[in-house]
Design a binder for this molecule. Structure first.
Ligand code: HEC
Length: 164
């Protein structure tokens, strides 16, 4: 009888331990998830890119706003043409993001500029984050209007250009 009780105690001890382990098991995934979230948050913070910096590093050399353009249309004109076709921020950003990574000769918004300067070279070296950041920067910032451009625009459109 004593032996039976003892094995009963042992058995329940084993059971309790198992339950404790099981309970631990259920906890583990939560802990892992929390850790992953923290890591993701950290990655996002480190990867935050400034659209202005991307613009100054990768775009301004061609899309200059001073003097007469020799390589590419000034950024004011670019923004003007893209907003005319894609007035919503989301559509504008999508268009510019896709464009910088792979300009498509069959879908150009500035055919005159393509004839004059050739198609813009693709910039696959930009990360997705950089492409989005520069597109958002273009949409959100006032672009400089070159002096000569107002005249050119008026000739083309019969009205003065609005600030973009
Ligand atoms: C090597 C010169 C060069 C560089 C660098 C360059 N572009 Fe361009 N880009 C052009 C030329 C030329 C055109 C006009 C012809 C065309 O549309 O392909 C153009 C046109 C564009 C257009 C209008 C395209 C359309 O039809 O929708 C956008 C938007 C644009 N560029 C954005 C950018 C951005 C943003 C950057 C920087 C990440 C950049 N470009 C860098 C030469 C350049």
């Amino acid at each position: 009888m004593k032996l039976l009780t003892l094995s009963g105690v042992l058995l329940s001890a084993v059971l309790t331990t198992n339950i404790a382990i099981a309970a631990d098991d259920t906890k583990t995934p939560e802990t892992t998830e929390a850790t992953t979230e923290t890591t993701e948050a950290t990655t996002e913070t480190t990867e935050t890119v400034s659209g202005k910096e991307v613009y100054q590093t990768y775009c301004i050399a061609c899309h200059v706003s001073e003097g007469m353009p020799t390589i590419a249309p000034p950024i004011f004109a670019v923004k003007n043409h893209v907003t005319a076709e894609y007035p919503e921020r989301e559509d504008f950003v999508k268009r510019v993001t896709e464009w910088v990574k792979a300009p498509n000769a069959d879908d150009v918004l500035m055919p005159g500029a393509v004839r004059k300067f050739g198609l813009m070279p693709a910039m696959p070296q930009l990360s997705d984050e950089q492409a989005v950041a520069v597109a958002e920067f273009l949409f959100d910032s006032d672009m400089e209007l070159p002096d000569w451009y107002a005249e050119h625009y008026e000739e083309e459109h019969g009205e003065k250009p609005k600030a973009q």
